[in-house]
Design a protein. Structure first.
Lengths: 394, 394
C-alpha cells in the first residue's frame, strides 16, 4: 500500500461532521454558531450553511456598548489571547489582550472570530459541504468583505448592533478598514496596522508563488487531499517560507541569522546537506505551519488578500473612505516589505483628504511586517491612548 | 505508458555525448574546449574532465593585451551579444557589447564563457560523468571561486595571462570581484554591478525557497530526471517566479501591472482561474526559463550564490580586498531588493578603507536588481568613461 493511498480509517472524533481538517484544534473556550441564514457573498452567490467559530474575552455590558472586535491575520485564528486557567495557551496578540492590557478584558467585551474560509472552526474549504464531502476547491472565492459580512452576522446573533472599536493587523487590518467602510454606522473607531488600502502587484506576486508551491505538491491532489493521510504539507511549507521572508526584513534576518551555519563554523560548506541557519529556520517555520493550517485555506485567504481593494465597488478609494464615520488610527512598520509604509501613508492621506479623523503612527523597527506581532511594548502607548479616547467617547 | 515513464528514445543528435540537458542550444559561434587538467575545486576535490563553452567577440591583439572578460549572471550563458550575421540572436548585454559600444568589439577581445555548473555547454549537473550517466545531484558543490578558476584555465588555454577588465552584474559581479581578489596580478580593472561582497541571509532565504520548489516537483526525481520526457519544469518555473519578484521592485511591478486583470476590467474576480496580470507575467517567465535552463543547474548555482563571501578564506573582507591591485567600479541599482545598495556601499567603503581605487555609482531606477539588464543607456556614460580610462592605462 502506497503511503499516499493509506486513507484515514475514519473521520476522527474531534470532527463533529463539520471539518475534514485534521489539525483543527477544539479549544476549550471556542464557541461556535451556525448562522441562521446563508451568507450573500460579494460575488452574489448565496452560500451556506456557515458556522462561525469565535472566542470572547471579558463581559458584555448590559448596554452592549463595550465591544471590541479583533479580526485576525492570514494564519491567525480566534485565539488572540489566553483565557486564564480555562485555556492558558497564549494567543497571537497575548500582550495586548487581557486584564489591564490595551484591550482591557476588565472593561471591554472582546470578540475574535475565525474568518470565513478559515480552518479553525469557521466554515472553509475543509468543511463538509451539503454534498457530504469537504468543499476543497469547490469552496467559493471569498473576499475580505465576505469575512466582514460573516462577522456582522455573528454580531447580529449576539444581539450587538455597534462596536466601540475594530482593531487588527495585516489581513486583520484589511477587515478593520472594510468594516469602517461597509458598516460605518456600526463602528466607533478603527485601528488598522501594517495594512494597505489595496493589495499591490508585488504582494499578489508573493501570494501567487505560495499558491503555486502548494499546487505543485503531488499530495495536494487538486485540493481533495483530506481523506488521505498525506496532505500538501511540503507545498504549504514552501508557501510559508516565502511568506516568512516577506514578514521580516533584510536587517532582521541579517541580525538573527547572518551567514551562520547550523553546524557551526566548522561545517562542511561543500556538502549540499549543510544548512545556513536562515534555511533551517524557514524549514522549521514551514513544517510548523503545516501542522496547524490547511493548505486550501491558505489558497483561498491569499486570494482574498489579492482581491482586497477598499475602493472596489465604490468607484474610488476616496469614495469608499467618504463613508467612514469613525476616527481611524493607522500604524506602519518602517521596515515592512510586504505592505511598505508608503501604503499606510497613502491610506491616511486619502482619509485626511476626504475630511476624516485619521492619525498615522510609524514604528521604527527592523522586524518588518511581523512587527505588529512582536513590537507590543513599543506600540502600546499610542494604542492605549487611542483606545482610552475611544472608550471615553472623545 | 505513464507520461512520466516515457523515456527519450535516444540521446539527441545535438548532445555529442556531453550533456543530457534537452534544451542545450548549440549556437553557431559557440566554442568549446575540454580542459587538459582537472580543476582543483575550492573544496579540495579534483574534478574533471571539464569542458568550457565560450564565445568571443572582436580580435585578440598580437600582444594579447585587449581582453575583456564578461562573466554571466545566474541564468545567463556565454551569449552576451550577437555576432552579426554569423549569429544575429541578441545577447543578454547586447546594447553594451559590439562595434562602437561600451565593450567595443573593434578595440577589445571579449570573452564570455558559460560558468562551471551551467547548462549551456560548460560541464554541469546535466553533463555525462565518467560513469556514463549525467551527474545530477552527484555533481560537486561549486563556488564562485571555482567558476573563476575554470575561467582562468580557459584563459591559460587561450594563452592569455592578463585581462584589461572583468565586468559583470549580479552573479557576474561576484565573479568579477573574486577575480580581482584571487588573481590580482591578472586583472587590469573591475566593474561589479548590483552585487554584494557576501550573500545576505535574506538572499539565501529566497534561493532556498526556489530550490525547495524544484525539489517539491515530483518530476525532479532526486535530480535524475534527464532520461524522462518530463522534468521539473513546473518546480523550476516556481523558483523563477520567486526570482523574478526579487529582480524587480514594488514600484516597477506597480507601474507595469498594478492590479490589472488579464481578462480586463470585466473579468470575473470570483473565479479562481482569473489572473492578475502580474500572475500571468510570472507564469510566463517561469515557463520561459524552464525551456532554456536546467533545474539542477539552478540548484547548484544558487548554492554558489549563497556561499559567496569575498572574505572567506582570507580572514576578513578587508584582508581579501587588500589583495586587489586594480581600480574597481561598483554600480548599485537604487531599488534593488535582492542586493540592496547598502551592500554595494559597504563594498566600496571597505575597498576605500584599505586604500584601493574604488568608485561607486548609484543608478536611480525603479527597475530593481534587473536594472543592470535594462538601464543600458543610463549606465553607458559612466561605464564608457571608466572603460576608456582603463584602455588608456590611466
Amino acid at each position: 500500500m502506497n503511503r499516499t493511498e493509506r486513507k484515514l480509517a475514519a473521520v476522527p472524533d474531534w470532527t463533529p461532521g463539520e471539518t475534514a481538517f485534521k489539525y483543527f484544534k477544539a479549544r476549550p473556550m471556542l464557541k461556535r454558531v451556525r448562522l441562521a441564514r446563508p451568507v450573500r457573498l460579494e460575488s452574489g452567490r448565496e452560500f451556506g450553511p456557515v458556522t462561525v467559530a469565535y472566542e470572547t474575552y471579558g463581559r458584555l455590558s448590559p448596554a452592549k456598548d463595550n465591544v471590541i472586535l479583533i479580526p485576525h491575520a492570514l494564519t491567525g485564528d480566534s485565539h488572540c489571547a489566553s483565557h486564564g486557567p480555562d485555556d492558558p495557551e497564549e494567543g497571537w496578540w497575548e500582550p495586548l489582550v487581557g486584564p489591564g492590557r490595551v484591550f482591557d478584558t476588565e472593561r471591554f467585551f472582546i470578540i475574535c472570530s475565525n474568518v470565513l474560509g478559515g480552518c479553525q472552526g469557521t466554515t472553509g474549504p475543509a468543511s463538509y459541504s451539503p454534498s457530504g464531502k469537504p468543499y476543497g476547491m469547490r469552496f467559493p472565492v471569498i473576499t475580505i468583505r465576505d469575512m466582514v459580512r460573516v462577522q456582522r452576522m455573528l454580531l447580529e446573533h449576539l444581539g450587538i448592533d455597534r462596536v466601540l472599536l475594530v482593531a487588527g493587523g495585516s489581513m486583520g487590518g484589511m477587515q478593520t478598514l472594510q468594516w469602517a467602510v461597509d458598516y460605518p454606522e456600526m463602528v466607533g473607531a478603527a485601528i488598522a496596522i501594517a495594512t494597505p488600502a489595496r493589495a499591490s502587484a508585488q504582494s499578489i506576486a508573493y501570494n501567487e508563488v505560495g499558491r503555486q508551491a502548494i499546487m505543485l505538491d503531488p499530495y495536494w491532489r487538486g485540493g481533495d487531499y483530506y481523506r488521505y493521510s498525506e496532505g500538501p504539507e511540503a507545498g504549504l511549507g514552501v508557501a510559508r517560507m516565502i511568506g516568512m521572508i516577506t514578514y521580516q526584513s533584510d536587517a532582521s534576518m541579517a541580525r538573527k541569522f547572518g551567514r551562520r551555519l547550523m553546524e557551526g563554523p566548522r561545517a562542511d560548506i561543500y556538502d549540499l546537506a549543510t544548512q545556513f541557519e536562515v534555511e533551517s529556520y524557514l524549514h522549521y517555520q514551514g513544517r510548523k505551519l503545516a501542522k496547524r493550517f490547511d493548505a486550501n485555506t491558505y489558497i483561498y485567504l491569499t486570494r482574498a488578500l489579492d482581491l482586497f481593494d477598499l475602493g472596489a465597488g465604490y468607484g474610488s478609494l476616496e469614495a469608499a473612505l467618504e463613508r467612514v464615520q469613525c476616527p481611524v488610527m493607522v500604524y506602519g512598520m518602517s521596515s515592512d516589505i510586504l505592505y511598505p509604509t508608503y501604503q499606510q501613508r497613502e491610506l491616511v492621506d486619502a482619509l485626511t483628504r476626504v475630511g476624516k479623523r485619521a492619525e498615522y503612527v510609524e514604528l521604527e523597527t527592523d522586524y518588518g511586517h511581523d512587527g505588529f506581532l512582536i513590537e507590543f511594548h513599543r506600540m502600546e502607548p499610542d494604542l492605549r491612548a487611542f483606545v482610552d479616547r475611544v472608550a471615553e467617547g472623545r
